[in-house]
Design a binder for this molecule. Sequence first.
Ligand code: ZN
Length: 232
Amino acid sequence: MRQNYNFAWVFDLGHLLFPTVCRACGFPIKKETEVLCISCRFKLPRTFWYKMHDNPVYRKFWGQIPVHEAFTYLHFRKGNVVQTLLHSLKYHGNQDIGESLGRMFGRELVSGGWSGPEVIIPLPLHADKLRARGFNQCDSVARGLSESLGIPHDTASVKRVIANPTQTKKSRFDRWLNVEKIFEARAPERIRGKHILLIDDVITTGSTLESCGRCVLDAGAERLSIATVAGA
Ligand SMILES: [Zn+2]
């Protein structure tokens, strides 16, 4: 008679020692809060643009709104690990990825001597979109950043009041007109006189961030800096 060996306990033990796997390569990792293994964290395609005042993200806002500093953490390329992670965050609701990326980003900013902002504002989603998706992917990034930068994040002071019309096939100027006044400050007293760090997951044209940044400045922010997790 054939004997049935049950090795499930081996996997249970493995799961106990390594409760999760790296979201990029599948390698087991011990700490559940870290979504990437050491090797994948090391290999992330960083821009280091926070070390350069003048960089491609900062230049997007030239002549548009007064931005103190603007930069992105990682290079976004079709098919790269950054696209995979952000897709998993946004479309599969894996908010631990946003929190972990936010924490890593913040830790690197702190160790690079970067400081200044007093409040983090994640780019708000329109209420309809928030209802449909169930979460704002920027909020989890803001939570992680807030933890490692040691400054609060505010998801209530700015609201998106107009859902965006489709922006494809429009010029930058038309896009700018489209996104003008789509945000409203609901609690300007929490923004006034402060250095605000506005964040988003990915920057493309920058026109939505520009519109929200304008709203934050109109509400009386003393300074505006912009950071995104990734940029093309
Ligand atoms: Zn890995």
